[in-house]
Ligand binder design. Structure first.
Ligand code: PLP
Length: 395
């Protein structure tokens, strides 16, 4: 069958492929510990579920305006104004079915064929995939273990050309757990302002931070009009399946995102939006409790990983991922790379992790091997999974 040529340019989030393999193995009766998918193992807090049920009972089951209900947009504008120390209103907000949709709409709104967009590598795979899909040029910005998975400013400067339209950043970061300091953000802002470039700031993990204060590039003077802040409810409030996210940007760009939303899904599920209002305005204890648990798990998993021969692992400041260096482990086992290690661990030891290549092709001169482990799972799973990895690597 012949499909449109452009489909060949679209990538895929490999975590879902590996999850498919995990489910298949489990169906065959195999006991598999999965660290592959990036989603909270907690249930959505009760007060949020109740708000959705109430909205359903009140028949909030009709179409709503594209871009979101005004009352929810105002709630988001207030939340972002307060947490990012800026002043935005409902005209600066577009609500969508997940943060992922805002990434898709933004790239479609800003890039013409041949325009360049810089994205973090390793990074969330959707960025590169959608840049390619719109026939933009995807320019990887290497994230470096030696800089705790931040980037080198000189390298970023060298990547800028007159075709650069967009820089994508993500802090705290998937897959490395890295975190951009105020200094890093200032450096990016200086470059963006000087060269008239937009910044898509993916802040979906902003509340899952263990040390220091979260800083957003949008708070830097001169950045409000050129930043598209992307955030959502999936991670902070354990609401992945609800599909609820949003973008905050200048009102002209928001109009374009809303237009794409209008053409694509018309509007975000109406009763979900009432759950979102409760999430942002109701008690925040469950978020604090979840982050406390993630922190304990992070400490546990980093210690366990560093006790395994051939692995070294930095302690990430945010998100719920670790990105251990497994170069030596691969060599010890005679494996070519982390992809082979991923298969080896899944097929022989029933542990699902993701190889570095699930987050983009290796950068030029990148010699090390890495895997991503999501520790959004119980401590018992972490202990059992890490016991198996130790057995595999130290046999
Ligand atoms: N951005 C990053 C960095 C992510 O890791 C994810 C999900 O894994 C998303 C965006 C998408 O979030 P949502 O569930 O709101 O679409």
């Amino acid at each position: 069958m012949e499909f449109a040529e452009r489909l060949k340019k679209l990538g895929i989030e490999n975590a879902f492929n590996v999850l498919g393999k995990v489910l298949k193995l489990r169906e065959q009766g195999k006991d598999v510990i999965s660290f592959c998918i990036g989603e909270p193992d907690f249930d959505t807090p009760e007060n949020i579920k109740k708000a959705a049920i109430e909205a359903l009972n009140n028949n909030m089951t009709h179409y709503g305006p594209s871009g979101g209900l005004p009352v929810f947009k105002r709630t988001i504008a207030q939340y972002i104004s307060k947490t990012r120390k800026i002043n935005v209103g409902e005209e600066n907000v577009c609500i969508s079915a997940g943060a992922k949709a805002i990434i898709y709409y933004t790239i479609h709104s800003l890039l013409n064929p041949g325009d360049e967009a810089i994205y973090p590598n390793p990074g969330y795979p959707t960025y590169e995939s959608v840049i390619n899909f719109v026939e933009g040029k995807a320019i990887p910005l290497p994230l470096l273990e030696s800089k705790e998975f931040s980037f080198d400013v000189n390298t970023l400067m060298k990547l800028i050309t007159e075709k650069t339209k967009l820089i994508i950043i993500n802090t705290p970061q998937n897959p490395t757990g890295g975190f951009l300091s105020k200094k890093d953000l200032q450096a990016i802002a200086d470059i963006a302002i000087k060269n008239n470039i937009f910044v898509l700031s993916d802040e979906i993990y902003s509340r899952i931070l263990y040390e220091g204060e979260f800083n957003s590039i949008v708070s830097i003077p001169g950045m409000l009009e050129r930043t598209i802040l992307v955030d959502g409810f999936s991670k902070t409030y354990a609401m992945t399946g609800w599909r609820l996210g949003f973008g905050v940007a200048n009102k002209e760009l928001i109009q374009e995102l809303t237009n794409l939303e209008n053409n694509c899904v018309a509007c975000t599920t109406t009763f979900n939006q009432f759950a979102g209002i409760e999430a942002l305005t109701g008690p925040q204890d469950s978020v604090i409790e979840m982050v406390k648990k993630y922190r304990e798990r992070r400490d546990l998993i980093v210690d366990l990983l560093n006790s395994i021969r051939g692995i070294s692992c930095l302690k990430p400041k945010g998100s719920f991922y670790v990105f251990p260096n497994v170069t030596q482990a691969c060599r010890n086992l005679g494996l070519k790379d982390a992809d082979e290690l991923q298969d080896y661990l899944l097929n022989n030891y029933g542990v699902a992790v993701l190889a570095r290549t699930s987050f983009g092709k290796k950068n030029k001169d990148e010699a090390e091997e890495y895997i991503r482990i999501s520790y959004a799972t119980s401590k018992d799973n972490i202990r059992e999974g890490l016991k198996r990895i130790k057995q595999a690597l130290e046999k």
